[in-house]
Design a protein. Sequence first.
Length: 119
Amino acid sequence: MKNNNYLLDNFLVMDSDVEKMLANKNFDFPFEISLSFDKLIGHIKTIAGSEDGIKKTFARSILDEIEKAPEICGVIKDFSYIKKYESLVDNMMMFIFPNAFREMQTYAACTPFMDEIVY
């Protein structure tokens, strides 16, 4: 049976001007790139107020570390803070990417439209 999904075929072999511009390392991306852990921190706060003893204790310990690292809160424009607080970010990301998956799955958090891996 012939596949008539032209959209999918074109997507897989996309060769557009936008792709070429983004591949050009001298290209200045026209939008400001920033990062925020606010939603994740909110989720951690919710867990810290839950009844689950182990998760609650872990979440509270992370919140204690976040209080010592105000640069990790709000809008982050300097991605070097991720490296500076690598251990804290690693612990925060356990609520998204559990440790049990780390040796079996490949995952990453990256900036949209760019090849920069944030985590």
